[in-house]
Design a protein around this ligand. Structure first.
Ligand SMILES: [Zn+2]
Length: 294
C-alpha cells in the first residue's frame, strides 16, 4: 500500500515537474507559433498577435509582458517589424529572454539602406521587407534554422525535433511544387495592393505589384493618393486589388468600384490556434484565392 502510494506520489511529482518545465515560447506572430508547434508540440506557446491584427502596431499589454517574462525563447520576425512594441515588452519584462529572429536566417527583398521609420514616415523597413513568411522557400529556411535552435535549447528532444523538421520539410517541399504548378498561369500578372505584406508572394510567383494604396509604407490611403492611382491605373488596369485581412477595406473598395476589378482580401497569416497543418492550409488558401485575379 505504502509502496503504491509513494509510486503514485513519485509519478505525480514527475508529472507536475514536467508540466511546469514545458519549454515556453513567446511567438510574435502566428506563423512562428505554428512552426514552433510543428517542431516541438510539447512546447507551451504564447502568441502576441493574430491574423486580424497589424503586426507592426500592437499595444504592449501587461499580459504580453508577463508572457514574455515567463518564456524560454521569443520567436519573432525581426527586420524592424516589431520595433514599435517588442523592445518595450523586453524592457518591461525585466529579464533578457533569448530572441530568435526569422529575418536573420534569410535574404530579405527590397532593402532600403538609410531609411528610418517613424510615426511620420510610416513603417519603413530599412533592412528589407520583413513579411518574409509569404515566400514558402524562405519559410522553409526559417523552419530549418528554428529546428536547429530548438534542438540546442531542448536537448532532451533533439532527435525528435530533427525528425519532425525533416517530416515538415518533405511535406512543405511537396507543397511548394504543387503551389508553383497551380500558380504558373499567374506569372506576369500585375496587381495593386495595400502595403508590401505580400511582396514575397509576388516575387516568388512572378507577379508585379504596380501600385501601393498606401502613400507611404504603413500610412493609411489618402483621397489624393487614391485619385492619382485611379488616374494612372485606368490606362493599364491590374488583374486585381489585393488587401490584407487586417486592413481597412474602404480604400480598396473605392478603387475596385471605379476600375471594376476583383478585390481579394487575403489572410496575412495562419489562424491563431493553427494546428500541425495550419501553414500548409494557409498557403493552399492563398493560392486558391489568387485564382480570382482577372
Ligand atoms: Zn510592413
Amino acid at each position: 500500500m505504502v509502496r503504491t502510494a509513494s509510486k503514485c506520489l513519485a509519478a505525480a511529482l514527475l508529472c507536475v515537474s514536467s508540466a511546469t518545465q514545458a519549454f515556453t515560447v513567446f511567438a510574435c506572430e502566428p506563423e512562428w507559433a505554428a512552426l514552433t508547434r510543428v517542431l516541438l508540440p510539447s512546447a507551451k506557446v504564447f502568441v502576441a498577435t493574430h491574423a486580424g491584427q497589424d503586426p507592426h502596431h500592437i499595444e504592449a499589454r501587461p499580459s504580453l509582458i508577463a508572457q514574455l517574462r515567463s518564456s524560454d525563447l521569443a520567436v519573432c520576425t525581426g527586420a524592424s517589424l516589431e520595433s514599435g512594441w517588442l523592445p518595450m515588452l523586453q524592457e518591461r519584462a525585466g529579464r533578457k529572454v533569448p530572441l530568435f529572429e526569422a529575418a536573420d536566417h534569410v535574404e530579405l527583398i527590397d532593402p532600403q539602406p538609410g531609411a528610418i521609420g517613424s510615426p511620420w514616415a510610416g513603417d519603413v523597413h530599412a533592412e528589407g521587407n520583413p513579411h518574409l513568411h509569404a515566400d514558402p522557400r524562405k519559410l522553409l529556411e526559417v523552419a530549418l534554422a528554428l529546428s536547429t535552435e530548438l534542438q540546442q535549447r531542448v536537448p532532451a528532444e533533439k532527435a525528435a525535433i530533427a525528425q519532425r523538421g525533416q517530416v515538415f520539410e518533405s511535406a512543405w517541399r511537396a507543397g511548394i511544387a504543387r503551389w508553383q504548378g497551380q500558380a504558373a498561369p499567374l506569372k506576369g500578372k500585375r496587381v495593386a495592393a495595400q502595403h508590401s505584406s505580400f511582396g514575397y508572394l509576388w516575387r516568388w510567383l512572378g507577379i508585379t505589384q504596380l501600385a501601393d494604396l498606401e502613400p507611404k509604407p504603413g500610412m493609411a490611403p489618402t483621397p489624393g493618393h487614391l485619385q492619382r492611382l485611379l488616374d494612372g491605373l485606368k490606362s493599364q488596369p491590374p488583374s486585381g486589388i489585393v488587401l490584407t485581412s487586417y486592413q481597412d477595406p474602404r480604400a480598396g473598395r473605392w478603387l475596385q468600384e471605379r476600375l471594376n476589378l476583383p478585390l481579394l482580401v487575403l489572410p496575412s497569416t495562419v489562424p491563431e490556434e493553427a494546428g500541425q497543418d495550419g501553414l500548409i492550409l494557409w498557403m493552399d488558401g492563398l493560392l486558391a484565392a489568387l485564382g480570382g485575379l482577372k
